[in-house]
Design a protein. Structure first.
Length: 281
């Protein structure tokens, strides 16, 4: 026979089970949502994972984010960044791989750290001997306040970009670069020994990166010979010859590209050729 105590204990357990089940079924938005950013860069990608706390009317710098202490640079879990190839992070050489991203905020200067430790969420977990890169950055005061903490990539060029940490009215920029010219030129040289020569890609590289206009002209001429009806190739022939100050060839190529673009109803290339022709007096 059950006693009053056993009945009470059973009822209590049943209530706890019911309450737990009820809580498990409730889904609410995370107060500091996680975000993963994948940016195509240089010859690979950079991937960033972090959480985004909000200001919520609080004092951020020097209070919620203390000065002169290691900060996990986000909320919840450790912030990580993965490089698909060797880069320079704020001028420091860093091998391809995954790293923890930490900061030490200051009123005048911030220290931005890449560490081999991937689980640092509080100052006590940090070990300076695991630093891979340590960069001193001057923060930029912004005109408008950023409600959500944000890490993103700005001014993304073919071999450089800026990692920008922004919150409240503070932005902390770190320049990331990749030395890829030698790799690209080696690829071009190797590909030119095959039956499928990348004339168009090679011409664009040498012209757009201001490497060698002589090579750019040679390669774009061969690309145009191989695809005489490709208005986009003919436009680039016109543009590259104009860069080389050969306006006669540039004008002829632009007129041909314009004709082909009109036939293909490509308004973008009609406009591009019209603008280019206006400069070729």
């Amino acid at each position: 026979m059950k006693t009053a105590r056993s009945i009470a204990v059973a009822a209590s357990c049943a209530f706890l089970l019911y309450a737990s089940a009820s809580v498990a079924q409730v889904k609410v938005p995370a107060p500091s949502p996680a975000q993963t950013v994948k940016q195509e860069f240089a010859l690979s990608n950079v991937e960033l994972s972090y959480s985004r706390p909000n200001t919520k009317g609080r004092v951020i710098m020097g209070d919620l984010v203390p000065y002169n202490k290691v900060w996990r640079t986000g909320a919840n879990n450790a912030t990580t960044i993965t490089f698909g190839e060797d880069v320079k992070f704020g001028g420091t050489a860093v091998k391809a791989g995954k790293y923890g991203l930490l900061t030490i905020p200051g009123q005048q200067k911030w220290t931005v750290i890449l560490t081999s430790s991937l689980d640092v969420t509080k100052p006590a977990d940090y070990k300076q001997e695991n630093d891979v890169a340590r960069v001193t950055v001057t923060p930029v005061r912004t005109q408008f306040a950023q409600e959500s903490f944000t890490i993103g990539f700005e001014n993304v060029q073919y071999n450089s970009m800026v990692l920008a940490l922004s919150w409240d009215k503070v932005k902390v920029p770190v320049v990331i670069t990749a030395d890829i010219d030698g790799t690209i030129e080696a690829q071009i040289n190797a590909a030119m020994q095959t039956d499928k020569k990348p004339y168009f890609q090679a011409a664009m590289f040498y012209a757009d990166q201001h490497k060698d206009l002589t090579k750019a002209v040679s390669y774009i001429d061969k690309a145009a010979e191989a695809q005489p009806d490709a208005f986009w190739v003919m436009y680039q022939k016109a543009r590259i010859h104009s860069l080389a100050k050969d306006n006669v060839t540039a004008k002829a190529a632009a007129l041909k590209s314009l004709e082909l673009a009109k036939a293909a109803k490509s308004d973008d290339y009609v406009a591009l050729n019209t603008k280019l022709l206006a400069t070729l007096k």
